[in-house]
Every structure is written in C-alpha cells, then in structure tokens.
Design a protein. Structure first.
Length: 384
C-alpha cells in the first residue's frame, strides 16, 4: 500500500457511503468479522430511465458521443446528488439504474427524517424529472419513498476486501414500491405515508401506496455535513474500494477519460436466505467469501451483493481494467458454473446468468466532493 496521503484518503472516501465511513471510523483496525447494524431510516428509490437509448446513440457517434455521455451523466447525477446532500441524505447504494439514498433516524425521529426524504424526493422529481440529453434522447426518473428498519451489513473480507449492503424491512419495501412507480412522481409506501400523512397531500394509487402532491408544512434544511477520515485509517477505507479503482487512484489517474469497454456480467440469484439474523449473517458472509474466491480465481470482480424479497443477488464483472483477458466471456461462464457448485456445498441453491455487454465506463459526480465510477450499458448500469 502507498504511504498515507491526506489527498488520497479524501479521494478514496468519496467512493464510499457515509454508513461505511462511520463504521470504518469507529473501528481501531480492519473489520475481522461480519456485522449488521440495525437502525430506523427513511429511503428513496430514484429509478432513472433512458440509459439504453443514450448509450446506443453514444456508441454510434464514437469518441464525441462518449464525451457527451460523460458530460450528461455528470450534470444529471451531480445535480441529483447535490439535492440529496442538501436535504441531509446520503447515497447508500447504487443498484442497477437506481440510486438509494438513506436518512438514518439517529439525531431525529423516523417521522422527521421521512419528511426530509419526502421533501427531497419532491424537489428532485420537480427539478430533474426529465433531462433532454440531445434531440429525442431523454433521461427521466421516478421516485419511491420508504421507511423502516435498516440493517447496514458488512460481509466478505477475503484478502481484506469487504462488501457493504443494506437489508431490513425498509429495504424490502423498495421491491414492492418499484412496481407502482410513475415517471416524474414521488410514490410513498404505506409505512412511509403513515409517518408523514399529517404534513403532506397524497393521492392513492395501488396497494395502499400514495402519490405525493404537496407539502403542507415547510421543514428547515439540514444538509449532510462533511466527514474527515484520519489518514491512519486508509487501510480500512481501501478494504471497501474495488481493486479496479485502486489501481487508477494509486497511479494518480482518478480523473480518467470516459470509455466504452466490452465486459461480461454474471448474475447469481441465491435462494435460502431470509432476513439478516445472527445465523443468516454467517451464511451470507460465507456465500460472499465463496463468491470472492471463485470470481477471483477466474480473474473477475465481485461488484455487488444485494438482498430483497426476490432473494440475494451477486453481480460479478469480467473485462474491467485492470482485470482484462482475451477470453473473459469464457471465464465468466466457467466462473458461473463453478460458483453454482460451490454455493451448493453451502446448502443453498443459485440461479446464474451470464451476459456480454458493451457498457460505458466513466467517472461521475455522485455527491458533493465525491465520485463514482459507473458502467452504463444497453442492459445494465453498474456504478462503483
């Protein structure tokens, strides 16, 4: 590892959500065991659409299209991230085409932070509901509001690399609300609406969900403040930053050019895990380590792990620099077969799929002073 450097740890920290940074700051050394910290929180699901069309158009235009796509993403995502920070939220996860910011109920009660999330969602929908990237090409979004218990979960740790995910009843609402979201609107789950119904106007849609139409009472802003991580904690911060990013950051190449890369993505949907308990946490930890081991053996990158009512999903990428090989598609297929067998040994079943793609890879502004590398493809978006 390079010598400690204040500027570098600031860059590294910008790739991680506040929940991870708070956790890292609370530990004297690297994590040694999996953990799950429970707390009430409000969440937004900001589902962005239109990437397929703008990515296809960028490919047709070559280098000029790539740079235009980079500028458009920076503008759009940067404005969304700024509004989230301004309203006190933090982007905890980026899954598929969606951002998931959270408002933990630590210094304020759950009703208050749910109001803050609702106000933020309304402003995002009103100001950024649609962006015309170029004639006949638009990005648009739809917003869901949820509230409940959250488990901030840390698993993996193989070779010192940890993965972070959020689970719990609040997160479980996301997959339900996703089915009723509408472009340009903010839809509240029944649980979230019960907390804010005296301060907002809503119209019923489906399955007890409501479309927020107005805010009856203004709430003073409480922006998310900065967090400084001591230089001596860099080793712990690096444990959560993917190796595909570390190689560039250590070389002083954080602001690389936007590019298209041919990659192959493996999706593994694992069945047999319910809510995160002491027992299931150990099982999830074992599954993650097994995936890290198998994907690493075949030269890939375990990008993501998520949990919802549809199961536990692992996402791995092959062909992302510096992990590139001429036979990455074959490696991905072999890894999928090997992963399925290894998970069977743990007593769980998994359905796997491998898909080639040509996603855009670039550096996007995701929070004030923060960055994220993202992949936008014809079928997937995999930000770091």
């Amino acid at each position: 590892m390079p010598l400690p450097d204040p500027d570098r740890i600031s860059i590294l920290s910008s790739y991680l959500p506040r929940a991870v940074l708070d956790y890292v700051a609370s530990l004297p050394t690297l994590p040694s065991e999996p953990s799950a910290q429970s707390f009430p929180a409000a969440l937004l699901l900001i589902d962005i659409t239109g990437f397929t069309q703008i990515t296809s158009a960028a490919i047709r235009r070559g280098a000029a299209g790539t740079e235009q796509l980079s500028r458009s993403l920076n503008t759009y995502l940067g404005q969304i991230a700024d509004l989230i920070t301004e309203h006190g939220g933090d982007i905890a996860k980026i899954v598929g085409d969606a951002l998931i910011p959270i408002w933990p109920a630590t210094d304020e009660d759950l009703a208050t932070v749910t109001r803050r999330a609702a106000v933020c969602g309304l402003e995002i929908a009103q100001r950024l509901g649609e962006l015309e990237v170029e004639p006949n090409l638009r990005l648009s979004l739809k917003v869901g509001l949820c509230a409940g218990e959250i488990d901030a979960t840390h698993v993996g740790g193989l070779d010192g690399k940890w993965l972070f995910l959020i689970t719990g009843s609040g997160v479980a609402q996301l997959s339900i609300i996703e089915e009723v979201l509408q472009t340009g609107d903010v839809i509240a789950s029944p649980e979230a609406w019960n907390l804010i119904s005296d301060r907002f106007v809503g119209q019923r849609v489906e399955a007890g969900h409501l479309r927020l139409t107005a805010n009856r009472q203004e709430l003073s802003l409480r922006p998310l403040g900065p967090l400084s991580i001591p230089v001596d904690r860099e080793h712990s911060v690096r444990a959560y930053v993917p190796d595909v990013l570390l190689s560039r950051i250590d070389a002083g190449q954080a602001a690389w050019l936007a590019e298209f890369r041919r990659t192959t993505v493996v999706f593994a949907n694992v069945h047999g895990i319910g809510d995160v308990t002491a027992d299931t946490l150990q099982l999830l930890h074992g599954i993650t380590q097994q995936a890290q081991r198998v994907i690493g053996r075949y030269g890939g990158w375990l990008k993501e792990i998520t949990m919802d009512d549809k199961g536990t999903t692992l996402v791995a990428c092959f062909g992302v620099p510096p992990l590139t090989h001429e036979d990455d598609p074959a490696r991905a297929v072999d890894a999928a077969v090997a992963l399925q067998a290894s998970l069977r040994d743990l007593g769980v079943t998994a359905v796997l799929a491998s898909q080639p793609d040509r996603p855009f890879a670039g550096r996007s502004e995701m929070r004030r002073g923060a960055t994220s590398r993202c992949w936008v493809g014809t079928s997937i978006w995999l930000p770091a």
